[in-house]
Ligand binder design. Structure first.
Ligand code: GDP
Length: 443
């Protein structure tokens, strides 16, 4: 999972502050030293790190913070807000024309995920914005690239325009004309990627940019390449009018450098993230949610959004409200598990949730595990389900539940632990970004 190390270290640094009644500048300095090191180790650009730590310090040193209520929590909020700012503050919307054909140009180095992402993006916009997309295969230096785009197109039921290995400008010109004739309202052009940036590559893309007048020029960058991704983005941004970038492979164990440096260093907004090899694995990039994810607060908003797509909206929102107030009991936990089961993609979604790691190896969380949780909750009395603290205090109750469900005592403990962690983290989140959470809960 992306950002794992960074999250662990951030949490350690911040945990030392939370719960303290008073903070000194020394406490802040110590915490920031740790934060600084973890960012550098996550391959975040040193200039970005320097500025970030200075900004956080200035804010955290504030009289109101040091002497205020819950100073540690306030500092966590500052770190969260500054991380959000680094990544762009607001979510950057994709630019779509309403009455005319929208053209998007995909650029990037070979292997960054450009071709896959072109397909993912076409499909995402088709479904989300009700557009009729067509893809143009203008990567003429690798015959396999055209085939690959065609395969992607076939899988998605999206037409791919290609003319083989002729001059890419001609392909783009003809492709755009064809798309107009066929009344497509979105064209995504897949251009050639090279292993390294070279002048002839840039020349060619500049020509294509000029003739296709794109509404979006999107750079696909591999998040795993860390600071290199920033260099790539800077070079492309000098030659082209980049309107956004798409960070791919955020599902891998990227250390986070690219996600945290690109926006600040280049000014180019991150618009989407690639989160897997499958064609539906693309998400709008929300800086605020990413910041919470990095801080280990779990990406609750994305979870709820996914949930509401798949299941009853009211059920999901009442769950969200319960989570936010920390009044989350075993009935809710079971409901939540069932919702997640209906959503499929079990382990991917679970990983976003705070406290879920206590269940053990997340990749192995499956239907069987859900069955066990069901058995455990099924062996609790209604009162115990509603008042989890009854179980927390009593080992005889745990023993009885273990016997009743046929699960081990330590499994019961794990579940108790999981619920507790969720409750605490939810309460902590509640103190962090109330406005946005509230907006989300209200739809
Ligand atoms: P291109 O050379 O830039 O066109 O890159 P491709 O689209 O061929 O992708 C290169 C490899 O990266 C392929 O194996 C893709 O399946 C993989 N890939 C692309 N995006 C993602 C992503 O978001 N996550 C993961 N895990 N793999 C990805």
């Amino acid at each position: 999972m992306a950002f794992e190390d960074l999250t662990g270290r951030f949490q350690m640094a911040l945990r030392r502050l939370t719960g303290k009644a008073k903070l000194t500048e020394n406490d802040i300095d110590e915490m920031m030293r740790e934060v600084r090191l973890s960012l550098l180790e996550a391959d975040v650009n040193y200039k970005v790190v320097k500025e970030f730590t200075e900004d956080v310090k200035v804010l955290a040193y504030g009289e109101k913070i040091l002497k205020g209520l819950k100073p540690g929590e306030q500092v966590v909020k500052i770190v969260n807000d500054e991380l959000t700012k680094l990544m762009g503050e607001e979510t950057s919307e994709i630019n779509l024309k309403t009455n005319d054909m929208t053209v998007m140009l995909m650029v990037g180095l070979q292997g960054a995920g450009k071709t896959t992402t072109a397909g993912k993006l076409a499909n995402f916009i088709k479904n989300k914005h009700n557009k009729k997309p067509m893809l143009i295969a203008a990567d003429v230096y690798r015959p396999a690239a055209i085939e690959q785009l065609q395969t992607v197109g076939q899988q998605l039921g999206i037409e791919v325009y290609q003319e083989g290995l002729i001059d890419p400008e001609t392909i783009v010109k003809n492709g755009l004309k064809y798309a107009k004739e066929q009344a497509y309202d979105l064209v995504i052009i897949d251009t050639a990627g090279r292993l390294h940036i070279d002048d002839s590559m840039m020349d060619e893309i500049q020509k294509i940019e000029k003739l296709s007048k794109p509404d979006e020029v999107l750079l696909t960058v591999d998040a795993m390449t860390g600071q290199d991704a920033v260099n790539v983005a800077e070079t492309f941004n000098k030659a082209l009018n980049l309107t956004g970038c798409i960070l791919t492979k955020l599902d891998g164990d990227t250390r986070g450098g690219a996600a945290l440096s690109i926006r600040k260093m280049t000014g180019v907004p991150i618009k989407f993230s690639g989160t897997g090899e499958k064609l539906e694995d693309i998400e709008v990039f929300h800086p605020e949610r990413m910041a919470s994810r990095i801080l280990g607060m779990g990406d609750i908003l994305s979870l709820v959004e996914k949930a509401t797509q798949e299941i009853d909206e009211e059920e999901a929102l009442s769950m969200m409200e319960k989570m936010m107030t920390g009044k989350f009991n075993y009935n809710d936990l079971l409901k939540q598990m069932k919702m997640i089961k209906r959503m499929g993609k079990f382990s991917g979604i679970l990983k976003m949730m705070p406290g879920m790691k206590s269940l053990g190896n997340m990749d192995k969380v499956d239907d069987k595990q859900l069955e066990y949780i069901e058995a455990i909750v099924g062996s609790m009395t209604e009162e115990e389900r509603k008042k989890p603290e009854l179980i927390n205090r009593s080992s005889s109750r745990r023993n009885r539940i273990a016997r009743g469900s046929g699960r081990s005592y330590s499994e019961i403990n794990k579940l108790v632990d999981m619920l507790e962690k969720q409750q605490t983290l939810m309460r902590r989140m509640q103190g962090m970004n109330p406005d946005s959470l509230q907006n989300m809960a209200q739809g």
